[in-house]
Design a protein around this ligand. Sequence first.
Ligand code: C6P
Length: 419
Amino acid sequence: MSGPRSAEPVANLGPLDFEHVRNDFPALDQSVHGKPLVYLDSGATTQKPRSVIDAVAHYYAHDNANVHRGVHELSERATASYEGAREKVRAFINAPSVAEVVFSRGTTESINLMAQSYGRPRLQRGDEILITEMEHHSNIVPWQLLCEQTGAALKVAPIDDTGQLIVEEYRRRLNERTRIVAMVHISNALGTINPVAELIGAAHDAGAVVIVDGAQAAAHVPIDVQALDCDFYAMSSHKVFGPTGIGALYGKRGLLEDMPPYQGGGDMIEHVSFEKTTYNEPPYKFEAGTPNIAGAAGFGAALDYVTDIGLDAIRVFENNVFEYATGRIAEMDGARIIGTASSKCSIVSFLLGAAHPSDIGTILDRQGVAIRTGHHCAMPVMRHFGVPGTARASFAMYNNRADVDTLVEALRVAERILN
Ligand code: C6P
């Protein structure tokens, strides 16, 4: 065997203080099946730092009340925490205004909101929606539903055998009928980073609006919605160290103002009568009912945590570990990495000989190593590569080279048992 070995001193990897970061995540400090946990499933959901857990607990212990409703102290504190989190999301993605940050349940709901609220009233037979072949089901099925509802047609830009979007084919599918383009920023099944700024520019030239699925991006790369000039950007808190059940949809103000509400209920109205109801301003127009207030408090704390460490430091550290993992898995006999695009991060999808991915996952779990196996909610990607599923190791800032070494040792055990 060749290639680099074992954990490298943190000082060589950039300014991220690895031991400090690792100790901030209590769930990582446990044994599973008698072995120290090595968590390599952050693509599914990230672990939470203590500051996020504390923010959620603090809200319930001290500030629990409904938002935007009461005049009493607790309601004011809850509202301040909720709206404070909105400002943190705004700053994190560099949106011009908090009015452009809608809280949702996560990326899936953000995409469905945009599809139904922007797309449904506007699209009709003859219109086209363009997506890519590497999309998560959350960025496929909402568009299929919209096509069924409006008569619009779904078009798909293909990927090549490295898992990279074929940009000429993408451009070829853009035309005056293209109304919406929906693309993933970082693929959850392949790890490919799309050249989103270039793709957005081309879509705008064709007159389409663009929504970017940023579920996998937020924990790994800086997001600047103004620099990207995307019309909408969807993200999930739980993939960026925050709680589940909350996320955000960024939308350009003029677009949000022209969109009808997504759901009806409390908080999204200006005035209600049986004859006619008028609606609140964005973002409240899209937030019917009591929101996930504790989740917002945790989401805000998560973004503070990432911002304090700095995405530049995180990228340097993570890329080092990611390159190491790619090299070590690639050198295993019978390993086939699915997704070898030149621009990648955080995710290594692979097969090992004829072994079924779920068997690999089960054997790894017995050794304390948590990975995800299966189609990763990206069945068209699996079809492209002619595989039913893959084993996927996904990394975050709390994983180091020693975790990769443990993964590879566990894979060797799996190889011996299965092949
Ligand atoms: N991917 C994974 O293991 P939600 O569930 O709404 O927070 O995110 C959906 C989603 C949308 N787009 C991409 C690119 C995603 O990766 C995900 C979630 C998880 O890969 C669970 S399937």
